[in-house]
Design a protein around this ligand. Structure first.
Ligand SMILES: C[S@@+](CC[C@H](N)C(=O)[O-])C[C@H]1O[C@@H](n2cnc3c(N)ncnc32)[C@H](O)[C@@H]1O
Length: 222
């Protein structure tokens, strides 16, 4: 995408009522919506997050299926989620928001137990050992998710990366967390839920064109 187009999207994001773009300091000093997301949406429906949402396909797709839940896509790249935010406004989906922030700050963005479910869609697997701290299912991230999830809250990981799939399964088993469901090729092996089969992301479509298998894990943190 050209820089002119990006600038246009950044400008438009500022006018979108469903986009929240706090400065890092605001988040660290006591974020206005932490513990108050119900006031943002005007109801206290369950909150579902998509972390590293890119263009926000899951945020919009799940919001269409579940109008009685509030969906928030988080990404640091505003020019990407501009797409999802615009679609949600055009379709008058008032249960959608996009939040521009670092996922590392997620426990500053939401209060304890404020989130009912998390989707992690096609994260960069960060295979190199030095990059492990950025892997979105590493133990530090799981601790952050645990803080903000309500009791029994679910985490969903959908990825093309065999590495990320295997790493996460091994970690969950080792730490004694509950693996609710796992499938290493969702379009081939029967049993994956409709939410997994019926929504495809931008990155997913690229992997599907290359004939890659798509994997899925649903789990709970103990
Ligand atoms: C590989 S892309 C996947 C995007 C989308 N989920 C999809 O499937 O098309 C990963 C996304 O995560 C975002 N991301 C990666 N690390 C992040 C972080 N620490 N905080 C916020 N966003 C992050 C990137 O900006 C990028 O949009």
């Amino acid at each position: 995408m050209g820089s002119k187009n990006k600038l246009k999207r950044f400008k438009e994001n500022e006018t979108f009522t469903n986009v929240v773009q706090p400065a890092r300091e605001e988040v660290l000093d006591g974020f206005e919506y932490k513990g108050r997301w119900a006031s943002f949406f005007g109801n206290d429906n369950p909150i579902v997050l998509e972390l590293g949402c890119g263009k926000g396909e899951y945020t919009v797709g799940l919001a269409q299926i579940n109008p009685d839940k509030n969906h928030i896509g988080i990404d640091i790249k505003g020019a990407r989620f501009w797409r999802g935010a615009k679609t949600a406004l055009e379709e008058k989906l008032n249960n959608v928001a996009f939040l521009r922030s670092q996922i590392e700050l997620v426990d500053h963005l939401f209060a304890e137990g404020e989130v009912s479910e998390i989707w992690i869609t096609f994260p960069d697997p960060q295979i190199k050992y030095k990059r492990a701290k950025h892997r979105m299912t590493n133990p530090e991230f799981l601790e952050r998710y645990k803080k903000i999830l309500a009791p029994g809250g679910l985490i969903n990981l959908k990825t093309d990366s065999e590495y990320m799939h295997g790493y996460t399964l091994g970690l969950l088993q080792g730490l004694g967390h509950e693996i609710v469901y796992a499938n290493h090729d969702v379009y081939k092996n029967e049993g994956a839920p409709q939410e997994v089969l019926g929504i495809q992301t931008f990155y997913e479509n690229q992997y599907l064109e290359k004939g890659k298998s798509i994997t899925y894990i649903q789990f709970r943190i103990n």
